[in-house]
Design a protein around this ligand. Sequence first.
Ligand SMILES: [Zn+2]
Length: 377
Amino acid sequence: MKEADILIRNCIVLPMVSGEIIREGIIATKNDKIIYVGKKSKAPRLRAEKIIDGHGKVAMPGLVNCHTHLAMTLFRGIAEDQPLEKWLKETIWPLEAKLKPRDIYDGALLGCLEMIKSGTTTFADMYFHEDQVAKTVEKAGLRAVLAQGILEAGVPRRGEKMLQDSVSFTRKYKGYADGRVTVQLGPHSLYTCSLDMLAKVRQKASELNVGIHIHLAESEETVNETKQKHGLAEVELLERIGFLGSDVLAAHCIHLTEKEMRLLAQHNIKVSYNPVANMKIAQGTAKIKALDSVSFAVEKRWVYGYLGPNGAGKTTTTHASVDHVDLKTFFLTGARCALQLNNKEFKIPLLAYYEGMEDIPWSLPLKPQISQRNTSL
Ligand SMILES: [Zn+2]
């Protein structure tokens, strides 16, 4: 007889290690570790203090939010129906300038709560006063990849200061909260950081052995602006300055040429897919299938962050929770459909989400459940 703390029985398990779905699954945990997950028929005899009936429910690895600005829960419902630049310049940046560290803490803690409620266990965040976000991660028991934002917006001195702060943050908070915090540098984008600054960020990231979190090809207007100014598309520019690398997490990636897609694949860039935020500002969404084909053509892999809501201010009026809840529903409904209809197409978004996670360090604790690549429903 094996002793467990919690025993969940009669649930459908999506183990992500084979093509098999376990319909009468059992999960047993002891001291915060899974000691058994699998078929009821193969389970050892188990005794547990707490038994949960999982009938009608699906158990699967925690969701990963690949791109957010968590404290923006504070801005939920502000500035509806605005294009990206107007939204940023006229509403968000002036408001952000007034935020105090305590505001960030409160907003991020609310975001943590909403993510926990929707089954998200890890998130990648880029914002200001990121030390406060780290504290909420510690309190909430989540796992996070945090980047202190760097934004010049035409003021190089400000950019330098923000780069220094971003570097200090990585030094201080690497491995924070019992190792649950991973750190990155967070240059906002090509339209808010100069090429000089981005080259410095690249150099620092390599020196510090940390990753980089950046917005890429998010709006048609900014993409066109960059092209007019430099004569090259965003990804081409980044390649020219040696910025691209497998440690780069790029959010959005909507307005890309095929050449840019190939470059991203060649450099094994991790792409966060944020359809809800993108639809909110009517920018379309990343061409996931095309990215997928290109990446497989060069034998690279992508990370898709379905939970990339981009912060509550940028999605829907009630955003983060709605976004997270909607996406949870999306996954679970999709899983049910796949079970009932043997819908092979659905496996593309659902499993891409997990498969890509193998390649990023913050997914390590999930590895036993996703260690085989060619999972299929
Ligand atoms: Zn963003």
